[in-house]
Design a protein around this ligand. Structure first.
Ligand SMILES: Cc1ncc(C[n+]2csc(CCOP(=O)(O)OP(=O)(O)O)c2C)c(N)n1
Ligand SMILES: [Mg+2]
Length: 648
């Protein structure tokens, strides 16, 4: 059965003329033991909610995953799909991609992301088991990880979290083949990896990865462990290829016809390309049905379960009825009272309305809870003592946090949101990018969003960060101006089921600029916040904390006889989706002036070639915020002068 995986991996890569045969050939034995004897799965319904999750963290070995899906009889991964490995519109893409086939749990490929995502899946399982009980939620998370996965820093953060949270139902099979692209891993690694994981609080084992019974014994022990388990499977990359086995040569290129034939001969495999002998196919198909009975009994339990409705709703990603009533109430109150609040505090107020109404929301912060304002009073921490808790103290592990949040969202039943400083989103960018690619509902609260944070200085002051986030496709970047826009951004982020959102929020207090809270105006991404008194001579376009400046500029210009509009542009991505006629109506044909305490990069999109941009030119500095705004020329006076030079 393992040789069937090897043969298909060889054939797939030969047909594509590219790909990675070595890893599937090396891990075929261990994977076969996992798939046929341990993984709780039913090929008839690969999305069954209480299935075990399997994550191929070493995504380059994707043929291993496709071969398993194919051999176990999953619909949508027939021999035609395997023949089209790595071709346009094939579900068998170069690396596993979420959405290409229902049996693919997550996109993997950037090493380290898969194992870290799996940590979040295992956390989600614990939390939902506490919420709905073991009769509905009781499954394991299995990972195959490579040397590269364990070298990447993100996996160190995630493994530390897994140890801290004693994720006993998480098991990682490490493809300990001593080979990476450059050659022997000894070129770059000399640590004792098992000792490292042991120190994190993991159970660790070492086995011959080609010895089925040894692997089975280790997996069996893992199922009994109260700690997460790392099993170092000593394997030979490219196993059975006479010349390339054990070498980096089998990692990422076709074996070539001769070596491929020789490898199959060494296995005694005489079936043609993509062919699998009937008896082996039958055994695999039986393995694909192993979980059928378990799934059917689970369905019966679900049918009678008192929380059935809530469970199905949460897993489907649907929000509870009337989830938005408390936040509507809060907006009405805020519009009446017009508080002067930092948008990070406005965000906390929004969360106070949302979190009690939406049990799926699980918050957190990378050790900046008091600064990010992401917790809600009375919401307990999620911990080994209280899995039902809804706030995660992620520690100072931004990257691990963002990946684990992806895993929570992918697991289903959870809407994760986090907090850190905007500038540190760079530490989680690869995971944010994957959330966007995978269309997952993950929300990041990113506070301290400009030089407005003041004295902490340029290391903490984002200048290029907004542009960098706006460059990620399918990510909604909100930079709300006041308490109302912040509540609106939160509504949109929570409602958005097909992608991640980030909220860039101020440290400093900001006035309430909106006098209406009925319609969610942030939903169109941008809108005219203040109309000109006569025919428009200038349009000031700003976001977040610079709206206050724009409104002051408008006052001065109006007094000088220059009718001026102020456009609030809290979400560029949503604005871009509007009709061109709406763009014209909002942005107008008068002089356009962009104001944002960040770099200009990207602003020409809204300002056109003739617009003026007032913002940062480079890094910030350490000083009180008001001094910095003056020093860098982001003031109402500077904008007024710039406009007057161009108008009249
Ligand atoms: C973050 C990241 N950096 C680099 C790569 C490119 N890459 C793909 S596989 C690999 C390392 C291969 O070694 P290993 O992880 O041990 O896999 P094996 O060759 O044993 O299958 C690298 C550097 C990547 N996929 N992700
Ligand atoms: Mg390796």
């Amino acid at each position: 059965m393992a040789d069937a995986i090897r043969a298909l991996a060889i054939d797939g890569v030969e047909a594509a003329k590219s790909g990675h045969p070595g890893m599937p050939m090396g891990m075929a034995d261990a994977a076969t033991v996992l798939f046929t004897r341990f993984l709780k799965h039913d090929a008839a319904d690969p999305r069954w909610p209480d299935r075990d999750r399997f994550v191929l963290s070493a995504g380059h070995g994707s043929m291993l995953l496709y071969a398993w899906l194919h051999l176990t009889g999953h619909a949508g991964m027939g021999v035609e799909e395997l023949r089209r490995f790595r071709q346009l519109h094939s579900p068998a893409a170069g690396h596993p991609e979420l959405g290409e086939h229902p049996g693919i749990e997550t996109t993997t490929g950037p090493l380290g992301q898969g194992i870290s995502t799996a940590v979040g899946m295992a956390m989600a399982e614990r939390h939902l088991a506490a919420r709905f009980g073991k009769s509905l939620v009781d499954h394991r998370t299995w990972v195959i990880a490579s040397d590269g996965d364990l070298q990447e820093g993100i996996s160190h953060e995630a493994a530390s979290l897994a140890g801290h949270f004693s994720l006993g139902k998480l098991t990682v099979l490490w493809d300990d083949n001593h080979i990476s692209i450059d050659g022997d891993t000894a070129l770059s690694t000399s640590e004792d990896t098992l000792a490292r994981f042991k120190a994190y609080g993991w159970a660790v084992r070492r086995v011959d990865g080609h010895d089925h019974e040894a692997v089975a014994a280790a997996l069996n022990a893992a199922t009994k462990s109260r700690k997460p388990t790392l099993i170092a499977c000593r394997t030979i990359i490219g196993f059975s290829a006479p010349k390339k086995a054990g070498t980096a040569g089998s990692h990422g290129a076709p074996l070539g016809p001769e070596e491929a034939a020789a490898a199959k001969a060494a296995l005694g495999w005489d079936a043609g390309p993509f062919e699998v002998p009937a008896d082996i196919r039958e055994s695999w198909e039986a393995a694909g049905k192993r979980g059928g009975g378990t799934r059917r009994s689970w369905l019966k339990r679900l049918a009678k379960h008192p929380q059935r409705g809530d469970f199905e709703r949460a897993m489907a990603g649907k929000l509870p009825e009337r989830w938005d009533a408390p936040i509507a109430e809060w907006k009405a109150k805020a519009v009446a009272e017009k508080p002067k609040l930092a948008t990070r505090v406005a965000s906390q107020k929004a969360l106070e309305a949302l979190v009690p109404a939406i049990p799926e929301m699980i918050g957190g912060s990378a050790d900046l809870t008091g600064s990010n304002n992401t917790n809600v009073k009375g919401v307990p921490a999620l911990s080994t003592e209280n899995w039902g808790g809804r706030f995660v103290h992620w520690g100072i592990r931004e990257h691990g946090m963002a990946a684990a949040m992806n895993g929570m969202a992918l697991h289903g039943g959870i809407i994760p949101y986090s907090g850190t400083f905007l500038v540190f989103s760079d530490y989680m960018r690869p995971s944010i990018r994957l959330a966007a690619l995978m269309r997952q509902r993950v929300v990041h609260v990113l506070t301290h969003d400009s030089i407005g944070l003041g004295e902490d200085g340029p290391t903490h002051q984002p200048v290029e960060t907004l542009a960098a986030l706006r460059a990620i496709p399918n990510l909604h970047v909100f930079r709300p101006a006041d308490v109302i826009e912040t509540a609106e951004a939160w509504e949109l982020a929570v409602r958005r089921a097909d992608g991640p959102s980030v909220l860039a929020l101020s440290r400093q207090n900001l006035p309430t600029v909106r006098s209406d809270a009925g319609e969610n105006r942030t939903a169109r991404g941008g809108y005219v916040l203040a109309e000109p008194s006569g025919e428009r001579k200038a349009t000031l376009i700003a976001t977040g904390s610079e709206i206050e400046i724009a409104l002051a500029v408008r006052e001065a210009l109006e007094q000088a006889g220059i009718p001026t509009a102020v456009v609030s542009l809290p979400c560029w991505e949503l604005f871009a989706l509007q009709d061109p006629s709406y763009h014209d109506q909002v942005l107008g044909s008068a002089l356009r002036v962009g104001i944002e305490a960040a770099l200009e990069f990207g602003w020409s999109r809204w300002l056109g070639p003739d617009g003026i941009f007032i913002g940062m030119q480079g890094f910030g500095a350490s000083a009180p915020a008001s001094d910095l705004y003056r020093h860098f020329g982001i003031t109402a006076d500077a904008v007024v002068a710039a406009v007057k030079r161009r108008v009249n």
